[in-house]
Each structure stands twice: as C-alpha cells, then as structure tokens.
Design a protein. Structure first.
Length: 528
C-alpha cells in the first residue's frame, strides 16, 4: 500500500504546472478600516510575512480586504502552509487588485513560520483584537460568545425534544516575544446546553508554549493539529480526538496534550509527536439528539492499552511539495480515536453502548495537486489493530469557477469518492459513497459563503444533504446556518431489547439511527 502511495505522488509530480499563475490570498474583509488593519497586523505577527489591507469597493460603500502580496510558485505554497498551520480560513484571487505599499513592500525581519500542519479546520474569528497595554505589539486577546438553536421536525427515537438551545464562549490569548522566537497560546472553550447535559462541557482547545529556531520549532502543551485535504471525510486526521457533541461532521476537536518537534529541511518538514495522555471521545447523552439508537455509557470505558489513558501515543509525519504537488506521509502508533461500541444490557434492563479503544498502527497519506483552477485531492490509510489490516481512501477534485456570471463571486465544484475495504463492516457511515458539493463565495465585505453538499451511498441509496452558510453582520456579529437531511432511511425499533440489538447489528443501513434527526441550526456570534 505504501508503495502505491509513492507511485501516486510520483505520477502527480509529473503533471504540468501553470508556472505563471499568480494568486493573492485573502484572509478576511471588513467594513471598518481600523479593524482590518488590526487583523492584518495580528496576522503579520503570527505568519511572519507581511499582510496588508486593500480597498474593496462594495456598492456605494468602501470595504477593506486583508490580503497577501501577489504570490506564485514556491512562495505561494509556503504561504498556504503557514496560513493552514494557524488554522486560518482563506481563498485565492486569480487576478489580484492593486495593493497598498504595506503589502507589496519588503518582509519584516522575523523568522519564517515553519509549522507543518494546520491546527484546525475552522476559520479564525474575524474579531478586532483587544491589546495589552504592556506590550501592544506582541499580545492579543479576544472573546467570542455564540447563541445556538437547533430545530428538528420530529421528536427523537426516544422522545427527545424537537428544539435545543445552547450558549458557548471561546476566548483566545496569544503572546509572542523575543522577536517571535517564543510564543504562547491559550484557547478555552465552554458550552451550556439546555437539553443535553453531556453537551454541557468545557475544554482547553489550546494551551501551549513554543519556541522557534532557524530550522526547527518546538511546541509543548495542548494543541490542535489537522491533517487532510478532502471535503467530506477527514480520513487521515488522527492526532486530536473528535468533540462529537459539538458536531457530527468530525471537524470540531478536543485539545491534545503533546510534545511536537518540527524540523525544516530542504527536502521537506518532519514533525515528531509524543502524546502522553489520551482524550476520550464525547458522546451525546440520553436526552441528546444526533446520537446512536441507544446512549453511549462513557463512564464505563474499556482500553486495549494496559495504561489506559496514560498510554503514550507516537507519530511522525513528513510534508513536502514537488511543484504543484503538496503531500504529507505519516506513521501513527497508539490508541485509536474512534472506539468500537459494544451493546451491554444493564441489570436494570437498560441497553447501553460501551466504548472500547483499540491500540492501532496507522500509515496515512494526504496529497493535493493544484493546476490552474483545478485541485485534485487524495487521502488514504492502512490500519492494523482493529481486526484484520485494512485500507481506506477518499479521492476527488475541486474546480473553482472565478467570477461567476461576470461578478466577483466564486463557485467551487467538488466531487469525491469514499471507499473502505471493510465495506459494510466499517465502523463508519463512510464506506462506498459518492459526494458532490457546490461552494459559493460572494467575496463581499461580509465574507458571505455557503456550501451545499450531497453524500450518497451507492449500495443502499442512503444519503445525507448538508448545508453550511455564514455571513458577518457588521464588524462584531456573524450568523451561521447549518442543516442536515438524512434520506433513504427507516426508523429502527426502540423496543424490545432483542429488536434493538438486531437494529444495532445491521451494518448495511447505518443511517437508520438518524432517521428522525433532520435538523436546521442557527448560530449568532458576537466578537469582543
């Protein structure tokens, strides 16, 4: 399997590149020039290359876009890696506008960012930073408060409520000193949910200190690391545990304690990870929605490892780019982030699922080839430890249509195929599925964007329709909309226990447990 991956990368490296393609990377838009300038200054310190502000005409008003200089070739790839390393959302402009002197000028005399993997798939908050009076150029602090509501057309299989409201708070403190040689970040998060006590939880998403050398980085503490390039199934992403009570898409993660050494060489970036403590997956409670047919008893957990949560996990990853090809190859040894769930009948007659965390060995590859407006993507893995060794892969492409209908909007068209060698025995709903999506960006001052996707199981005709959209409301508010529709399903029985066990054992129709969980979600966020 590893030999096949290297052949894929070698073949992709031979594809022709559009050598003269020049892009400008956009990292946000603002109506207020002061907020745009503060965000640009914060990004310049974090990314360690210049970020500036360019005017953006918006009807009769004037907006301000936070941008890089025009980039191409290796400079473009290095900037993309640095932006992803800090978990920042961005998009490309094929024809950059006129840039201010602050963007087109010389780079400041600070070390280049050497991080190899982006720490989260979520966008960074577009809030104005609150500065410390002691060291305004080196410290940032912001707070986001979100009010979320979920509505379901049907009651849950166990009679759960059709409505659920919650409030969340996340803050981030970032400090840099000694000309960027030392950095620290603290990102606490908490949510209170009105219906599900398991969804009422708190976590340190980040809590680390780092130091940067000429050709190395060292991080100590809790971090978030993201690996992968595909849209629908983050197959190779394994460092952080999934925060399943936040969202079932697998994109929201818990912080992972670690020691991470990153070495920068001419032939790529090598990351070493030592993870001394394991984080268990969060699961919705008995009154929660989007859960299994019967609740998971996360108070009765079994481990393959004798030291349980104190088992030390290890990983090493090599990331590099060869012309238009960006790829990462890794080896992971440790506790699986996805537990097996075994039904257990309690003495009181209650049926629950008991999590069991296996020890696994996993080799993974993610690769992306960008040629003009096309991006070809691949994620693949080979895993041992959960039964027989198996392979899985997700591959596809995204085509970006710039300036749709003669305007400033961009439309991205996504097509992916998801395959798992275990077929119906896979412990995931992703085993033999076709996924298509359209990603629309208005490229306006409010950063309006939307994604509409369909994932279809080619064997069972089950499908999921997914909607994600967001828009900023002024400088300090944003509105997010999310919705999912689960189709081709039949509601399973909830009693007697024998019938429930039969439904749990049905590996072919895995979406039946979500048959009554179609929902729409609204979230209003205030940035401080």
């Amino acid at each position: 399997m590893v030999r096949r991956w290297f052949l894929v990368v070698a073949f992709a490296a031979c594809l022709p590149a559009a050598a003269d393609d020049t892009y400008q990377l956009v990292l946000g838009s603002f109506a207020n020039p002061d907020n745009a300038e503060r965000w640009a200054q914060q990004l310049t310190r974090q990314l360690r290359f210049p970020i500036g502000v360019a005017p953006l005409p918006h009807g009769s008003a004037l907006g301000y876009r936070v941008v890089t200089a025009p980039l191409q070739g290796d400079d473009l790839q290095q900037a993309i890696r640095a932006i992803r390393a800090h978990g920042l959302d961005f998009w490309r402009l094929a024809t950059p506008p006129t840039l201010p002197d602050a963007v087109a000028g010389e780079a400041p005399d600070v070390p280049e960012d050497r991080a190899a993997a982006r720490v989260t798939s979520r966008a960074a908050p577009a809030s104005a930073e609150r500065r410390s009076s002691r060291d305004a150029a080196q410290q940032n602090f912001d707070v986001d408060i979100g009010v979320q509501w979920r509505g379901f057309p049907d009651q849950g299989l166990d009679g759960q409520s059709r409505s659920d409201a919650s409030i969340s708070v996340q803050s981030r403190y970032y400090a840099s000193w000694a000309s960027g040689a030392w950095n620290a970040a603290i990102t606490p998060f908490g949510r209170h949910d009105a219906q599900d006590d398991h969804r009422t939880h708190a976590d340190l998403r980040e809590f680390y200190i780092s130091t940067v050398g000429d050709d190395w980085d060292l991080y100590v503490g809790s971090r978030q690391i993201f690996w992968g390039v595909t849209e629908f199934n983050h197959l190779v992403d394994i460092i952080n545990q999934t925060d399943l009570v936040e969202d079932i898409d697998g994109e929201v993660k818990l912080g992972q304690p670690m020691l991470n050494l990153s070495l920068v060489r001419t032939w790529g970036i090598v990351d070493f990870f030592v993870m001394p403590y394991f984080r268990e997956r969060t699961f919705p409670g008995e009154d929660g929605r989007l859960r299994h047919l019967v609740p998971v008893d996360d108070g009765d957990v079994l481990y393959d490892a004798g030291k349980k949560q104190q088992h030390v996990d290890l990983a090493v990853r090599w990331a590099h780019n060869l012309g238009p090809v960006e790829f990462g190859l890794y080896q992971f040894s440790g506790t699986s982030r996805a537990p097996q769930l075994f039904p257990v009948l309690r003495p009181n007659g209650q049926l629950v699922l008991r999590p069991y965390y296996d020890l696994i060995e996993q080799t993974g590859l993610d690769a992306q080839v960008i040629v003009g407006d096309w991006a070809f993507k691949l994620e693949a893995l080979s895993r041992a430890g959960q039964g027989n060794r198996y392979a899985a892969a997700t591959g596809g492409f995204e085509r970006t249509l710039v300036g749709v209908l003669g305007g400033r909007s961009d439309l991205g068209l996504v097509l992916e195929y998801i395959w798992d060698q275990r077929d119906d025995e896979a412990d995931s709903i992703y085993d033999h599925d076709i996924a298509i999506a359209g990603r629309w960006r208005l490229n306006d001052v409010a950063d309006s964007q939307a994604l509409l996707g369909l994932m279809w199981d080619v064997r069972t005709d089950e499908y999921i329709v997914n909607l994600e959209a967001s828009r900023r409301l002024g400088d300090r508010w944003s509105l997010g909309v999310e919705g999912r529709l689960f189709g081709g399903t039949n509601a399973p029985p909830t009693s007697p226990p024998a019938a429930v066990l039969d439904a749990l054992a049905d590996q072919e129709h895995k979406l039946d447990q979500l048959a009554r969980d179609d929902y729409i979600q609204l979230e209003l966020t205030r940035y401080f």
